[in-house]
Design a protein around this ligand. Structure first.
Ligand SMILES: [Zn+2]
Length: 227
């Protein structure tokens, strides 16, 4: 546990995620992040996890579990680092004036989140589209916005709406469409144990709501296997 109290550690972390069609520089810029574990928080969370291990009948001092509370605390801080990010600011950092007014679609964005009812993972894919109204954002920013909202305690419905609203309010496009398909471990490992169920949520604004042809084009594009 001594490690958690040492001065702020900064570990470079680079996730090997799908590039979603962005250039190499964008990918680096989009996914490289610095893990800053917050030492006071780590110590506090570790102490609670040690208690929990005891409460379930384990011995937190046995060899295999010695550093488990600390590892769990770090893992939890990482899995909830979205609280430290401002998704609108991520978009605003890369706003460009552009005349393009066709659909911009980023599909198959990996999503990893924690359900706020059980703190168990739910994970899957997000598909995000918008139709610019004079203003576009860097393509890598869309997955970063998804991640900034996903790395918090969430329910899939709110996650979907938050992504939609952030893009709508920041880019002021003609419309936004968000679809998330995710499997929930709280359903698969416990409770009703529906092993293969996938939950789909969707949220639209503007032209995606008003014009069914635009919405259908979006649905067709996310269903197609052409990458
Ligand atoms: Zn749950």
């Amino acid at each position: 546990m001594a490690k958690t109290t040492e001065k702020k550690r900064a570990v470079k972390f680079k996730a090997g995620r799908a590039s979603n069609g962005t250039g190499p520089d964008e990918v680096l810029e989009g996914y490289e992040r610095i893990d800053k574990f917050e030492p006071q928080g780590l110590e506090r969370i570790s102490a609670h996890y040690a208690d929990i291990l005891e409460a379930i009948g384990e011995d937190p001092k046995r060899e295999g579990l010695k550093r488990t509370p600390e590892r769990m605390a770090k893992s939890l801080q990482y899995l909830t680092h979205g609280y430290d990010l401002d998704p609108a600011a991520i978009l605003r950092k890369a706003l460009f004036k552009e005349d393009y007014s066709q659909m911009v679609l980023v599909k198959d964005i990996e999503v990893y989140s924690l359900c706020e009812h059980h703190l168990l993972p739910f994970f899957g894919k997000a598909h995000v589209a918008y139709i610019p109204n004079g203003c576009i954002t860097g393509l890598s920013k869309i997955p970063r916005v998804v991640d900034a909202f996903a790395r918090r305690l969430q329910v899939q419905e709110r996650l979907t709406n938050e992504i939609r609203d952030c893009i709508h309010d920041t880019l002021k496009p003609l419309g936004v469409a968000v679809v998330i398909e995710a499997a929930h471990l709280c359903m698969q490992m416990r409770g009703i144990q529906k092993q293969n169920s996938v939950t789909t949520t969707s949220a639209f604004t503007g032209i995606f709501l008003d014009d069914h042809r635009t919405r259908e084009e979006f649905i067709k594009l996310i269903a197609s296997k052409l990458h």
